[in-house]
Design a protein around this ligand. Structure first.
Ligand code: HEM
Length: 183
């Protein structure tokens, strides 16, 4: 009798289960189409809206904070290598940063890591304890610190926001989470 076969089979099944569980870790959320052409998802109070216009994507993010709010696309591991948009509104003035995941627990400006800023600010506000940022970015900037995106693609999304007093880009999140969505 061949005793090795069952062991190999068990290992294969375990590996498959691990892989499947790992891939299924982020839930694919369904977006709603708004009248103005934006698609919208909401998770734990974080709102992500987007609209693809020609070769650019317009993104609106909102969170219940007076501090920073951020979104990151397609990380490799935890925060690492994700393509971030982070900003805050202070005294009516918007600070916006085009960042990348420098390590699994940190982000850094693209232009400090050999890339460049590819974000255009459209609007920013802080109303009733909620911060909203609207930006435009190329779907494929060619920047090695950005992640190319395309309509209909499934992307992993990280979201987070800082505490009410965190009008800066360094404070750790008060709340964070992630999901998966079809652009
Ligand atoms: C300076 C600001 C930030 C600091 C110091 C920071 C730090 C950290 C640390 C230490 C962890 C690991 C926590 C753990 O494993 O339990 C983490 C995880 C995480 N961070 Fe950040 N972070 C920052 C900004 C951001 C931003 C802007 C986002 C999203 C837009 C974000 C999203 C996440 C998410 C989703 C995780 C969990 C990742 C996972 O476990 O798969 N973070 N961060």
């Amino acid at each position: 009798m061949n005793r090795r076969l069952p062991v190999k089979k068990i290992i294969a099944v375990l590996l498959f289960a691990l892989l499947t569980l790992g891939l299924a870790a982020r839930t694919l959320v369904k977006s709603e189409l708004e009248d103005n052409g934006f698609k919208r998802v909401e998770q734990d109070g974080f709102i992500f809206r987007w609209r693809i216009v020609d070769d650019k994507i317009e993104i609106n993010i909102q969170a219940p904070t007076q501090g920073w709010v951020g979104i990151g696309f397609n990380p490799d591991s935890k925060m690492e290598d994700a393509d971030y948009i982070i900003g805050y509104v202070k005294n009516g003035e918007v600070t916006l940063s085009d960042d990348y995941g420098a390590t699994s627990i940190s982000h850094r400006r693209d232009d400090r890591g050999g890339g460049e800023n590819n974000l255009t600010l459209i609007a920013g506000s802080e109303v009733n304890g909620s911060t909203s940022l609207t930006v435009r970015k190329p779907l494929d900037s060619g920047d090695n610190r950005d992640q190319p995106m395309s309509a209909g693609e499934i992307v992993d999304v990280l979201f987070a926001w800082g505490g009410d007093r965190a009008d800066n880009l360094r404070s750790i999140h008060a709340k964070r989470g992630s999901f998966r969505v079809k652009l």
